[in-house]
Write a protein that binds this ligand. Structure first.
Ligand SMILES: Nc1ncnc2c1ncn2[C@@H]1O[C@H](COP(=O)(O)OP(=O)(O)OP(=O)(O)O)[C@@H](O)[C@H]1O
Ligand SMILES: [Mg+2]
Length: 227
């Protein structure tokens, strides 16, 4: 069995054997009143004090100029990206980069615990006060040198390791408060890693073009949110 597939099986085993009640509880907690966020493809629920579940929406509404069509999400992503289950794809991409993350940056990456069909389980990002951390989109500008220093370290990390994480955008970066003076960015969404997630930009297979796109993403973030 490949190591990645082994990790997945270990996770399902842990989920089930952690006690059947617990495992069922996690799944049962995927309901409207526990919803904490939403993106283009997934709804996010708090399912335990430390975990969130990201469930692929059943339909994806695509708006055209004067009308809109709802597609089954898996069909839509299969046609657009050749990816049927974005959660599975993301998990595999995450496992590829996980080992390269240096210890000093580890708390800027929300760990993916595992995937069971269309549900991905991830560590909840929380502030010191135990409140769920907010995405950059909910802030105007951040005046914290520690935060921006970390953003630069993350940028260097992706460029040095040639990890083309095109998902660096404000709604995918949470601001975690370590203490009243220290904030760090935490990346929560690894779906769009690699040129495959931009099929209409085939030029991204060239590493220098991909690197430039990464640099532009970070520069835009700094321009928009740095105080
Ligand atoms: N680990 C987490 N801890 C706390 N909140 C989270 C976490 N992951 C996601 N969220 C919240 O849920 C929102 C949407 O999550 P996510 O980006 O994973 O969804 P998505 O549908 O994949 O997004 P996209 O629109 O980028 O495709 C985030 O903006 C954030 O507010
Ligand atoms: Mg997102």
């Amino acid at each position: 069995m490949k190591p990645r597939s082994l990790e997945k099986h270990i996770f399902i085993y842990k989920l089930l054997s952690s006690s059947v009640i617990n495992a069922l509880q996690l799944i049962q907690n995927i309901r409207e009143e526990n919803k904490i966020g939403e993106g283009t493809y997934r709804d996010i629920y708090q399912v335990s004090p430390d975990l969130c579940a990201k469930k692929i929406k059943s339909t994806h509404k695509k708006s055209y100029k004067i009308f809109s069509i709802s597609y089954p999400t898996n069909t839509y992503t299969l046609i657009k990206f050749g990816i049927k289950n974005f959660n599975e794809y993301e998990y595999q991409e995450y496992l590829k980069i996980k080992d390269a993350i240096p210890n000093e940056l580890a708390n800027s990456f929300a760990n993916i615990e595992g995937v069971v069909e269309d549900i991905l389980f991830q560590k909840l990002v929380k502030d010191l006060s135990e409140n769920i951390s907010k995405p950059l989109t909910q802030k105007k500008r951040i005046d914290n040198s520690y935060f921006w220093n970390r953003i630069n370290q993350l940028k260097e990390f992706f460029l040095d390791e040639k990890i083309y994480n095109f998902n660096v955008k404000p709604d995918n970066i949470l601001i975690k408060e370590l203490d009243s003076e220290t904030f760090i960015p935490v990346i929560t969404d690894y779906k769009r890693i690699g040129p495959r997630t931009y099929p209409f930009q085939p030029q991204l297979v060239f590493s220098d073009i991909a690197q430039k796109k990464i640099v532009r993403r970070f520069d835009r973030l700094i321009l928009e949110y740095k105080y």
